[in-house]
Write a protein that binds this ligand. Sequence first.
Ligand code: HPA
Length: 279
Amino acid sequence: MVGIIGGSGLYDVEGIKVLEHIELDTPFGKPSDSYVVADIKGKKAIFLPRHGKGHKYPPHLINYRANIWGFRKLGVNKIFSISAVGGINPVLRPGDFVIVNQFIDFTKSRPLSFYEGIYSKSDDTGINDTVSEYLNEKKVVHIDVSMPFCSHMQAILERVLNEKEFVFVKNATYIATEGPRLETSAEIKAFSLLGADVVGMTLVPEVVLARELNMHFVSLSVVTNPAAGISSDRLTSKEVIDMMHKKNNQIKRLILDFVPELPDKLNCNCEDVLLDAAI
Ligand code: HPA
C-alpha cells in the first residue's frame, strides 16, 4: 500500500474517496496526526500531514519515527513524500517541481534510527520480518543509503510528470538543515559548493527511517522560494505557504494519476537494504 506524506487537505479532491481516519500510537510516541485512508481510483492509499493539522509541529520537533512506524502498522510499504524547498541551483524557479535523488544531512538533533542496539524498542506490529527480528534482538544496524530513493518509483513519477507537462527537474540533491530558522547567505553559498540543488528541513530523517523499515520512498519537492542570498529579498514563511497553496491543485492531480500507476511489486533494490546490515 502507498503512504502519502504532505500538507493537510491533499485528499480533499474529487476522485479521492476518504474511507476512514485512523488514530494510533507507536512505541516511539504519537504520529503528527491521524492517518486518512482513502481510495484513489480503486487503489488504497494513506495520507499523513507531516506537520499535523494546523501545522502544529516545527520540522525539528516532528516525531518522524512515529510517523513512519504508523505507516508500517497500517501496511504501507511505499511512500510518496511531498515537501517545500528553497532553490539553490540557479536554474530552479519558484513553482518548479524537483525529483530528489540524493541528500546531504545537516540536521543536528533528531532521532535518526529505529535500531538503537540495547536501547531498541520491541516491534508491536505482529509482523514477522527482518525489521522485527533486528529490533527484538536489539541489533545495531547500518543501512546503505548510497542511493536513498526508489529508482522504480522515481521513473514512474517522472513519466507521470512528463505526461502532465508539469515543469520539473530530476536527479537533484537536497540538503537538509535543522531549522526552524532559515539559512544564512553564507550557508547557502557553502551548500551550493557542496553540490546541493535545494534546501529543506524535513526529508532527513524521513527517508532514512522509511528505508530502515524496508520501504520504497520517492520524494517530490516544490520550490517555494529562492534560497537565502540567491535573490536579495527577505525570506518569509508566507511566500512558502502561498506557493504551496498555489501548487495544491497540481499536486492533487499528480497524486490522482501517480498512485494508480504504482505496481504492487516494484523493480528495484530497496527491499534488499536490511540484508547483512546488522552486526
Ligand atoms: N530553506 C529551508 N527550508 C525551506 C526553504 C528554505 O529556503 N523553503 C522551503 N523550505
